[in-house]
Every structure is written in structure tokens, then in C-alpha cells.
Design a protein around this ligand. Structure first.
Ligand code: G3P
Ligand code: MG
Length: 236
């Protein structure tokens, strides 16, 4: 079972920063998961919340701030003083520090009420940096995933879900996305679902697994990867 660092090694360093990604790499993660959004001036940056308030010393919506405004913010000291000066990274900055062979699960966060053209920009950057083999694009917004598939027929796509679904296998097969993986929340995942996923040729990447017992259970169930704040979870 592979271990993917959720927002980087976010249990030990400020989430979605280069510090968290570098630490996850040092801890020998198999991959990184991070959230992407588009700035006011249409740059692709890494941040989980739609507002910067929780994870920086700034305030406001990412869609209303330019990249240079976002770059003035401190994205580290809220977590620990020793990370003062960490910045919100761009997707390109992440590509620069992640070696080939490390999986990058890029989760698209697109505001439902104000959809913008983030998918094209993300796919363009993946192609520009020649990272097709290392990337899975996921989202809770399956319309966004459909747009990604329409833009590129080869890029790997993962369905993020947070519920029990009725007729999931019909849905996944018939919705026109041709996905690589399904990313269920750990609390909704059972062995039957994993077996059916594999029967239908999908990998299971399960989030967010932060204790060793649950990680071991997931491994026994045949889960392909867990997404964890602690990349060293099985070694702890
Ligand atoms: O991709 C797994 C997980 O990150 C999805 O939820 O809210 O942490 O982005 P969230
Ligand atoms: Mg995420």
C-alpha cells in the first residue's frame, strides 16, 4: 500500500507549503496530495480553503487576490513560529521540487457558484512540465473532472467522494469520465467497495487516514494508497 502525504506532511509542517512537501519527500512518501485554486490574475496556486484566513496572516478570498498579493502572506507561522516566512506556492513551484516518479494528486477546488477555467490551466501546466505520468487529478466536483477529461483524454482522473453512493459502479462507468481511481473517505469505505473497485479496474486512494490501526486495516482490505497527514504513519 502506498502512502500519499495529505497537503504534504501536514501533521508536522504547515499544510500545502513547500516545507510540508519537502518534509514528506524526506519521509519517503510515495506521493503528495494538494489542493489547487486560481488567483484573481488566473495563476494556479496551492491552498485548501477558498479564503486565506485560516492558513496565512492575510484575509480574503483567493479568487479576489492576485498572485503577488498572495505572495506577501506568511503561510507558515500560524502552524509554528519556526515556519515563519513560508509562502503559498504555485503549482509550478511544486513541480520544480518534486522528482519524477513521485505521484502528485492534484485536487481541483473550484467554487460551485462561480466556476472559472481552472481545468485548462492545470492541464496545460502538467503538459508544460512533462508530468503526465506522475499526476492524478481529483475533485469532489465531478463536472470539473468531466471538463478535464474533455480537455485531455490521457490524464489520470480520480473521483473524490464523501458519502455512500447508490449504484456507484453504474455512475462511475456511465458518466463519461473514464477514471483511473476512486478516492473515498475512510469512514465510508469497506472491503466490498474495494473488491468491486478492483473488479471494475479502479484503484482506491483513501483519505484521510491518520492513525496506524486504520492504516493497517486499509492495507488488509487491499486499498492501493492512503492519503495521510503523516507520511511515516506505518513506521511510527
Ligand atoms: O484528496 C483527499 C482530501 O484532501 C479531500 O478533502 O477537504 O482535505 O481537500 P480535503
Ligand atoms: Mg485535498
Amino acid at each position: 500500500m502506498k502512502i500519499i502525504a495529505h497537503r504534504g506532511a501536514s501533521g508536522y509542517a504547515p499544510e500545502n507549503t513547500l516545507a510540508a512537501f519537502k518534509l514528506a519527500l524526506e519521509q519517503k512518501c510515495d506521493g503528495l496530495e494538494f489542493d489547487v485554486q486560481m488567483t484573481k490574475d488566473e495563476e494556479i496556486i496551492i491552498c485548501h480553503d477558498y479564503r486565506v484566513d485560516r492558513t496565512t496572516n492575510g484575509t480574503g478570498h483567493i479568487k479576489d487576490l492576485t498572485l503577488s498579493e498572495l505572495k506577501t502572506l506568511d503561510a507558515g507561522s500560524w502552524f509554528d513560529k519556526k515556519f515563519t516566512g513560508e509562502k503559498i506556492p504555485t503549482l509550478e513551484e511544486v513541480f520544480e521540487i518534486v522528482p519524477p516518479g513521485i505521484l502528485m494528486n492534484i485536487e481541483i477546488k473550484n467554487l460551485a457558484k462561480e466556476r472559472r477555467d481552472i481545468e485548462q490551466k492545470v492541464v496545460d501546466l502538467v503538459l508544460k512540465h512533462n508530468r503526465m505520468d506522475d499526476v492524478i487529478i481529483s475533485s469532489f466536483d465531478h463536472l470539473s473532472l468531466k471538463t478535464v477529461r474533455e480537455i485531455n483524454k490521457d490524464i489520470k482522473i480520480g473521483f473524490l467522494i464523501y458519502s455512500y453512493l447508490l449504484e456507484p459502479w453504474t455512475y462511475f462507468k456511465k458518466c463519461g469520465i473514464d477514471a483511473y481511481s476512486i478516492h473515498p473517505a475512510e469512514e465510508y469505505l469497506n472491503e466490498d467497495f474495494v473488491l468491486n473497485a478492483h473488479k471494475n479496474n479502479y484503484k482506491i486512494l483513501c483519505y484521510t487516514v491518520n492513525d496506524k490501526n486504520t492504516a493497517t486495516t486499509m492495507d488488509k482490505m487491499g486499498v492501493d494508497a492512503i492519503i495521510s497527514n503523516y507520511p511515516d504513519i506505518l513506521a511510527k
